[in-house]
Design a protein around this ligand. Sequence first.
Ligand SMILES: [Zn+2]
Length: 174
Amino acid sequence: MPDKYPSMTALYADPSNTEGTTYGKRWRRHEWIGLTEAQATDNPRAQKIVLAIHGGGIEGGTSEVALAVAGYHPATFAQATDGLGVHDLWIFEGLLSRDNGDLHVTSTNYDDPIALELVRNSRRCISLHGVSDSGTNGKIQIGGCDTEQEYRARGVDGSRDIRSSCRRSKTKWK
Ligand SMILES: [Zn+2]
């Protein structure tokens, strides 16, 4: 099904969409990461960002997974104490009671200036999407351009448990 909006700019321009009512945006930058806080300027080499660009009711569960991967408790937002630190974060959430798919803007058309700026300042990006179990056999789909990170995430050189629950995505998820 084609997107209702050709871009995030078009979505924001529609007066029927209201931030805090029909959609929400949440983001965190690295200012509270001690390692980079001491640096005067952005350091793209050090930054990682986790994105749920179709969060809330658009692709259910991706907001919560993004928070957890970025190092926050999905309910309390408390920072993880696992010593792995926290990462930059972008979440766009559909808050409608139904038809949140109307707020789905395909990645390649995703022109939110804050999200783009966060990604520009990041060395690595993890973008989370929701897929249905049909056609994926309930397995996590992992793909993208960053093959080094993809191999690590799929546990190719590590955990058999992770390997068995993931497979390389044949589709470019958007
Ligand atoms: Zn998506």
